[in-house]
Design a protein around this ligand. Structure first.
Ligand SMILES: [Fe+2]
Ligand SMILES: [Fe+2]
Length: 282
């Protein structure tokens, strides 16, 4: 079983500043960062990089694609449409979750722009699994693997606050799902957007991290979970802790200087992971 993991694609619309009064103050703050701090340049080649990533996934004969959030920059409808169209070849063999950028404004979250763009992918193979909107979503991949996708993406109080949480109801349902026969007989890979740990192995910053990471880790210490995949931090790394499954950050697959992905080969309950960079280095 071959699982291909990309994250933080950050499709961004090219918007003239004259349109901004109608898009709201949150997006104006973001756009200032994009233009003045060089973020637009770092994400200049997203469409062609995504085409390259998907070519790599096909060439590797991946069975399934995991996209762990932040499809967009400021959750505009045209950004979601670009992301949807780019990922369409993998529709039906893909697990996808939102990131904080996909919930950038209360209006975008209320309008369910993420859900509308990825309606088909948000169907759970265990029909009663969702307890928080569409989540958790279970994808049964072949006879041996189940992916449980959680959401940690919340509308931020203001731009610059990028923390997330999964919440008690989703974590309770995850613990319950791990006991179900259809998951019990499979290896389980869990996905969320926010990071329990930075590359150093230390928790992420309070205003950027996963608020209930310790609760998630408690549930994950169930022996059948073979890995946790996330994004949000734009570097690619792996963290191993005693008593925990390995934790993989796919980084930003499209940001210049960080482009790449993780690939996982799963045999029974054994997972081997390879971080691949498209930048010419390891
Ligand atoms: Fe991101
Ligand atoms: Fe993020």
């Amino acid at each position: 079983m071959r699982l291909f993991h990309i994250s933080d694609l950050h499709f961004q619309a090219d918007i003239p500043l004259s349109r901004f009064p109608r898009l709201g103050w949150r997006r104006l703050v973001a756009q200032t960062e994009y233009r003045l701090l060089g973020r637009r340049k770092r994400f200049a080649d997203v469409p062609s990089t995504v085409r390259r990533l998907l070519t790599e996934a096909e060439a590797w004969h991946a069975d399934h694609l995991l996209v762990s959030g932040d499809l967009t920059a400021i959750a505009l409808p045209e950004e979601f449409e670009e992301a949807r169209a780019a990922l369409a070849p993998w529709s039906g063999r893909m697990t996808i979750i939102p990131g904080n950028h996909d919930r950038y404004t209360p209006a975008a979250a209320r309008a369910q722009l993420f859900e509308k763009a990825f309606e088909r992918e948000l169907q759970s193979d265990v029909p009663d699994s969702p307890v928080d909107g569409r989540f958790p979503i279970v994808k049964l991949v072949g006879p041996e693997l189940a992916i449980v996708a959680l959401t940690s993406a919340r509308v931020p109080l203001m731009p610059g606050i990028a923390a997330g949480w999964i919440g008690k109801t989703q974590l309770g349902r995850l613990a319950d799902l791990l006991q179900r026969p259809e998951l019990r007989e499979r290896a389980v890979f869990v996905a969320c957007h926010h990071a329990p740990f930075r590359a150093s192995g230390r928790p992420d910053r309070k205003n950027h991290g996963l608020v209930d990471a310790s609760w998630l880790l408690r549930v994950l210490s169930d022996g059948q979970v073979i890995g946790l995949g996330h994004g949000h931090i734009h570097k690619r790394y792996r963290v191993d802790k005693p008593g925990q499954p390995p934790i993989f950050c796919a980084g930003s697959s499209t940001e210049l200087g960080h482009r790449g992905f993780f690939r996982y080969e799963i045999h029974g309950r054994e997972l081997s992971a390879t971080a691949v960079s498209l930048e010419g280095g390891a």
